[in-house]
Design a protein around this ligand. Structure first.
Ligand SMILES: [Zn+2]
Ligand SMILES: [Zn+2]
Length: 380
């Protein structure tokens, strides 16, 4: 079994497919691969694959999860039973004569509960989620980081079989190797086959007489593995990067899962981020604001000169084009916004006070200390 294929691709529909389009695509494929009609050996596997795709995509919530996070969004959140819950397969097939009793009295549900005593095949390993905190500079410029990921890997000594080298596991006689024992339940809606894990082999399907001493028969070992991950420029808090095949080892020779790295950006002491723009505050004196000046502001690329024109007001925002964060998928860059804060001096020398009074006088503020009402009266 190869890595899990895309659900849309399996059903041969567009990502924007409507509920009706999904339904008709699924019914067409289901008719083609239904194991009652199609006797090729991979028909059943194929039928399960298209049914799972339909079960996920026909459910708004699950479809959203899948669109956002891919298979990890589904596999980590839902059990096989949860995936199929809510889909009325009986109803879907009733009018084309496949809904009722299928093979020898079993219903279509048999396929979804693992009934039939088949041995469990290879299974894909679980996906892993790693939360990575990085600083704003690294998010803006991108960086290669080495992660140490604790994960389950196949044991090197027994190559995942769990049996001591030179011996091999024996088929469990209770479940005849399927790892599952089946129970049939008759309900008004049809016959349900439910299966539970075999108690003798604990679901493995095999019994190991002489276990591998390294992994004690599990076939798996816990290891901390160093994995290099390239963080692309432009990531933000909540961005998820997929590192294909670096998840946990698969079962019985199945492919490994994927590693997802979720980014969390640490707060910066100067900048706050608004999508691709960076925002900072620059404090200037009231004389700089009035007379104009050139100031130095920090940017992610080092210091930059910025002109303060005469008469700059408190709260004014200047824009440094292209000094923000590049977008994840294009070469476009955001801007740096510099918000001006004009500071008013709190301690003045006598000479400074004298100059300011003179300034006020020239500006027409003749009557220091008078209320607005008095000033108005003076004018009349
Ligand atoms: Zn081993
Ligand atoms: Zn068993």
């Amino acid at each position: 079994m190869a890595t899990k294929r895309d659900y849309y691709e399996i059903l041969g529909v567009d990502k924007k497919a409507s509920a009706d389009e999904l339904k008709s695509a699924y019914r067409k494929l289901a008719m083609q691969y239904h194991p009652d009609k199609n006797k090729s050996p991979d028909a059943e596997e194929k039928f399960k694959e298209i049914s799972e795709s339909y079960a996920v995509l026909s459910d708004q919530g699950k479809r959203q999860q899948y669109d956002q996070f891919g298979h990890a969004g589904i596999d980590q959140r839902y059990s096989q039973e949860d995936i199929f819950r809510g889909v009325d397969f009986e109803d879907l097939f009733r009018d084309i004569g496949m809904g009722g009793r299928g093979r020898g009295g079993g219903s279509i549900f048999d396929f979804f509960s693992g009934g039939g005593g088949r041995r469990e095949g290879p299974s894909r390993g679980s996906d892993l989620l790693y939360e990575l905190a990085i600083n704003l500079e690294d998010a803006a410029k991108g960086k290669a980081v080495e992660l140490e990921v604790p994960r389950t890997e196949n044991c090197d000594v027994c190559h995942g079989s769990g049996a001591k080298p030179g011996t091999s596991p024996k088929t469990c006689s209770t479940c005849r190797g399927s790892g599952q024992v089946n129970k049939t339940q008759n309900t008004p809606f049809g016959r349900f086959m439910t299966s539970s894990t075999c108690g003798t082999c604990r679901g493995a399907g095999t019994i190991i007489d002489s276990p591998c001493t390294t992994c004690h028969g599990s076939g798996k070992v816990q290891r901390r593995r160093k994995i290099e991950v390239k963080i692309p420029p432009g990531v933000d808090t909540g961005s998820r990067l997929r590192v294909s095949g670096e998840g946990e080892a698969g079962g019985k020779g199945g492919p490994p899962g994927d590693l997802y790295v979720e980014i969390n950006i640490k707060p910066h002491n100067i900048f706050t981020r608004n999508e691709n723009d960076l925002i900072m505050e620059a404090t200037i004196s009231f004389t700089q604001a009035a007379l104009g000046d050139e100031i130095i502001v920090p940017t992610l690329d080092g210091k930059a000169e910025m002109k303060i024109p005469p008469g700059t007001q408190n709260g004014h925002i200047f824009r440094l084009k292209g000094k923000g964060i590049s977008s994840l998928h294009t070469s476009w860059k955001g801007d740096q916004l510099v918000k001006i804060k004009v500071s008013v001096p709190t301690k003045l020398t006598d000479r400074q006070k004298e100059l300011l009074r003179e300034f006020a006088q020239i500006s027409g503020e003749k009557t220091r200390g008078k209320s607005i009402f008095e000033k108005v009266r003076d004018h009349i």
